[in-house]
Design a protein around this ligand. Sequence first.
Ligand SMILES: Cc1ncc(COP(=O)(O)O)c(C=O)c1O
Length: 284
Amino acid sequence: VSLRVNPDVDALTHAKITTGKSENKFGIDIAAAPAVARHAAQLPGIRLVGLAVHIGSQLTDVAPYAAAFGRLAALVQELRRDGIAIERLDLGGGLGIRYHREEPLALADYAAAVRHATEGLGIRLAFEPGRFLVAEAGALVARVLYVKEGTNRRFVVIDAAMNDLLRPALYDAWHEIVPVKAPPPGAKPIPVDIVGPICETGDSFAAARPLTPVAADDLVALLQAGAYGAAMSSTYNSRPLIPEVLVRGEEFEVIRPRQTYAAMLDQDRIPQWLREGEDARGKP
Ligand SMILES: Cc1ncc(COP(=O)(O)O)c(C=O)c1O
């Protein structure tokens, strides 16, 4: 086993995706880790071979990584002095991308922080980047249902909703939204609220966002939706999960078909005490 350690480092990212501070639920407090490791190393059937950290997601600053990796390396040395042979370190993920104006950290700086902390330890390293690998590979394409002129806002209501892409509702996250068809030359962007069609004010993708004029049936794309998009989606409001399409150059293929209402409802079971007189198939 490896022990996930909480190094008590502020990842300087959104509070809801900060995972390496002592007040976060993750990992074993770094101060308690030596005692836990010594205990684990004595247990029959357990071989403690590694330590792991993951301090948060969407990091754009290398300093928290350097601090966390340094603390982890010191712990490796402490445990080795105690005769516990730590052979591998899992340094987690968290590399941020540019959604809007963020300045992602340079991979060379990340590599330098890793090297600085681990050089000479003679240890195997593992990494768990997620968002960095896939976010930019995904777009959520939605159709404009209608444009509603509010008293003091213009709402572009699209057929995608917070259940399809939760990040804006969950973390006020910013996704670039562009018309799929290039706008006519000279079209001027005007500020609109781009919202989904479901029953929450939080079902909103952007507020006062400059967008060239769109009308019902136009397609828009929400970019950088490849990470924490489909994986976080749900069937809230009885909305079937949307299809996923893999594109390569001119080729495309549906790799996950749209969920059917029948498949969604087939997950439900009616308890015996509501089914008096029915056959007992266990299905609605
Ligand atoms: C333990 C662990 N490793 C890696 C990741 C991937 O993080 P990211 O997508 O920020 O690289 C996560 C995300 O929650 C995680 O919890």
